[in-house]
Design a binder for this molecule. Structure first.
Ligand SMILES: [Zn+2]
Length: 368
């Protein structure tokens, strides 16, 4: 019989929460062993049920929410300028936010937020610098950009459905959360996955110094949300409001996802199941960040956030394609230990093993 260190035996048999287990990870061997135990413990079927249950509840919410009904919208907004589409959340949008937050277990009270003319001009101006194809897409498919406070996250997207499915979408932005330049914002977001350790530092750079502004952070977040609208309107993945989803039927997800939360067995990224952003307790120590990013390089995902679920996988590919390819902007991850580089890497879209998915996302983009 194998004899494992006491800590391991204790963890495996007595600690119920996976996130507590992983928070204790310090060494590669220990982390891999624990992840092996976690992955063999039947987490897969629980995640399938979790994904199905969420899909069912989300579909029910869509059926009962006015914002999700295309016929309830004033379509003249699709002829307005981007600047005129930016406005405080309406009662219908607040009802949608409340429903999603209830589903996600967030007890927050969101309220509309009026932004001043200068902020609105700056955001619209930054969005208008996007490549013509993306601008055209926004004009056709984003009927409103709604500003709020206390959203429960930085941004949220919804789609409005007609007889043939999703026709256009809307994007909600929490203006109090979007108060950091792009590099600081994405660095903060990525560090919600990693518990800090003395001497260790993880940062991501998505803008050069001269364009590292709050508005460029808003554009990057907006592009991710636009990816969700593209997914739904152009049927890149199962519709967000569909009760039962089969990801195997779709070119983008067929080789990667079994369901919304669970990757196919061939995708070997043992950290995926306990990967979580924005939680109160980061699931991993920053000391194993280099190991995690090296492992991520062998996967089909563009970013670590893209590994969390099938929908965000596409949204991250979409933003990575516009940002990295069409706009030729950087995406550089750096992990340092005592000022020495422990890991440096790029967006997965630029890696050779993303070749097939690169072709797929470029093809989707051509059809928009
Ligand atoms: Zn997303």
């Amino acid at each position: 019989m194998f004899c494992f260190p006491l800590e391991v035996v204790f963890i495996v048999y007595f600690l119920p929460a996976k996130k507590i287990i992983v928070h204790l990870m310090r060494t590669r061997m220990l982390s891999l062993f624990l992840l092996f135990v976690i992955c063999c413990a039947g987490g897969g079927s629980a995640r399938t049920n979790e994904a199905q249950d969420y899909s069912r509840k989300f579909a029910a919410l869509m059926r009962s929410t006015k914002a999700a009904d295309a016929s309830a919208w004033d379509r003249s907004y699709l002829d307005k300028s981007i600047r005129d589409r930016i406005r405080p959340a309406t009662p219908e949008i607040l009802e949608y936010i409340e429903g999603v937050n209830r589903l996600d277990g967030f007890a927050v009270s969101t309220s509309p937020m009026e932004i001043n003319a200068e902020t609105k001009r700056k955001i619209a101006g930054e969005l208008e610098k996007l490549p013509p194809k993306v601008l055209e897409l926004i004009k056709k498919r984003v009927i409103g950009i709604f500003t709020v406070q206390n959203l429960g996250g930085s941004a949220l997207t919804g789609c409005a459905y007609g007889k043939n499915g999703s026709e256009f979408g809307f994007i909600i932005l929490d203006m109090n959360m979007l108060n950091k330049p792009a590099n600081e914002w994405i660095t903060l977001k990525e560090n919600t996955v990693f518990a800090p350790e003395t001497g260790w530092k993880l940062d991501i750079k998505i803008e050069n110094d001269e364009t590292n502004t709050k508005e460029s952070a808003v554009v990057y977040i907006f592009l991710h949300e636009l990816g969700h609208i593209v997914h739904d309107v152009y049927k890149v993945l199962p519709p967000l409001a569909q009760e039962s989803k089969d990801f195997s039927d779709f070119e983008f997800s067929g080789d990667v996802w079994l369901n919304e939360l669970q990757p196919r067995r061939e995708i070997s990224f043992v950290y995926q199941e306990i990967l979580a952003f924005y939680g109160r307790n980061p699931p991993f120590s920053v000391q194993i960040a280099p190991e995690i990013y090296r492992s991520l390089e062998k996967t089909p995902w563009a970013t670590l956030y893209g590994a969390t679920n099938a929908n965000d996988d596409f949204a991250e590919f979409f933003v990575s394609y516009v940002h990295g390819e069409l706009q030729n902007k950087p995406y550089r991850i750096t992990v340092k230990r005592n000022e020495a580089i422990a890991y440096t890497g790029i967006n997965g879209l630029k890696r050779n093993n993303a070749g097939e998915r690169y072709r797929i996302i470029a093809g989707i983009f051509d059809r928009l």
